[in-house]
Design a protein around this ligand. Structure first.
Ligand code: SF4
Length: 396
């Protein structure tokens, strides 16, 4: 996929779309007077994140965003670290799910993102933005978010959000308007802002996501996009003005109960779609990952029927979907056998899968070409029969 730089625009990296003074980062999300309190202060959110230890780079801790995060968790012990990458205490924990989930809930990392790079994508989005966080407080058994900070890989919040937004502004300014429609979007450059984290959970911790949503609301040539498995009603308080696309990931409830550890139930993700649309988000769905196991066609049929039954017409009118077949990984398989062998009974299917060497040299597995092609065809037919309003943006 190639970018379409606008020929008439200077490629000056300082060519931002608006004055950086207007970024408005550092403004804290607050409910309107008389409105309900923020969800992130509610017991359900505190169960997801009851932070006790924050490993912090000193500059990150001293920054405005860092101070906000520290103030949100006043009882947490702050442990200075020279770099968010090198925290020996966080490594290990393989195969110990109790420790692992506790670490996800009780540990945060604060750091500064040093290298800001926007990469071309062309499937989910036109571009992958530099993430404002990495790691996740949830624990999906198939998660491929790299486990660079121990197996638990708790959330790292990058505190230099204004640099990230300024970088995106310059990137967009260099591109200029999108000249050709594609499946990502007919008119806007789509930037995935949550490649290595779940933005709905990140928004429980800091206002980085709020700042990104506000920034994109002011960029008519661009759209932010993120996939999520968590319903965070605080996001409804933002004003995305149609410039942020939320992609609720869905799968049959039976798979989700087995595989999506700590996430919001699928039915609540579907139930939230109408509210998010009303709040000004574009709402898409990720049918992902599609896990082939006995009865998968029946259960996906039920799920699509349920979506057809409960989703408001306005959601259906603008919805689109990505279909992503499960890919798995040998190392993750070995690890999961230690804590969640039942998940591996469905995830690891050597009779259906073929190995593929990944970019980082590890062995991934994915469904064999013929198996995958037939499954994608079956799923397309199920969508056509049960949810014909759901345009499939791409399937792979
Ligand atoms: S929600 Fe996403 S990032 Fe978090 S564990 Fe699940 S797949 Fe990984």
């Amino acid at each position: 996929m190639g970018a379409h730089p606008h020929p008439g625009r200077p490629a000056d990296p300082q060519d931002a779309l608006f004055a950086l003074d207007d970024l408005d980062t550092g403004r804290e999300l607050r409910p309107a007077a008389g409105a309900r309190p923020l969800f992130r202060d509610a017991p359900a959110a505190r169960r997801m994140l009851s932070v006790r230890v924050i490993h912090a780079e000193p500059a990150a801790a001293a920054s405005a965003r860092g101070r906000q995060v520290l103030a949100r968790f006043p009882d947490a012990e702050v442990v200075p670290v020279p770099s968010h990458w090198g925290i020996p205490d966080l490594h290990g924990n393989a195969g110990n799910i109790d420790r692992w989930v506790r670490t996800k809930s009780e540990v945060l990392v604060l750091g500064e993102k040093k290298t800001l790079t926007t990469r071309p994508n062309g499937r989910s989005a036109d571009w992958i933005a530099p993430g404002a966080a990495n790691g996740c407080a949830m624990a999906c058994a198939y998660c491929y978010v790299p486990r660079r900070k121990g197996y638990a890989n708790p959330v790292t919040v990058f505190t230099n959000i204004d640099r990230i937004i300024a970088h995106l502004s310059r990137h967009l300014a260099r591109l200029g308007p999108k000249a050709e429609a594609n499946q990502c979007d007919p008119a806007a450059w789509v930037y995935d802002i949550g490649e290595n984290s779940d933005c709905s959970v990140d928004a429980l911790i800091s206002d980085n996501v709020a700042d990104l949503v506000r920034a994109f609301a002011r960029w008519p040539a661009a759209k932010a996009s993120f996939a999520t498995k968590f319903v965070n009603p605080d996001l409804l308080l933002l004003e995305p003005r149609g410039r942020t696309r939320v992609r609720f990931s869905v799968m049959p409830q039976a798979d989700s109960r087995l595989l999506d550890i700590r996430t919001s139930p699928v039915e609540s993700r579907i139930a939230a779609a109408g509210d998010f649309l009303e709040a000004g988000y574009e709402v898409h769905f990720n049918l992902s990952p599609v896990v082939l196991r006995p009865g998968w066609e029946r259960d996906w049929g039920h799920l699509l029927q349920q979506m057809d039954d409960v989703l408001p017409g306005a959601v259906k009118a603008q919805a689109a979907a990505e279909v992503i077949m499960l890919t798995h990984n040998e190392g993750l398989h070995d690890l999961n056998l230690g804590w969640h062998p039942r998940a591996e009974e469905v995830l690891w299917q050597p009779g259906l899968q073929q190995p593929k060497r990944s970019e980082n040299g590890s062995w991934n597995v994915r469904y064999r070409n013929g198996v995958k092609a037939r499954a994608v065809e079956t799923l397309r037919a199920l969508v056509a029969a049960r949810a014909p309003w759901l345009r499939i943006r791409y399937a792979f």
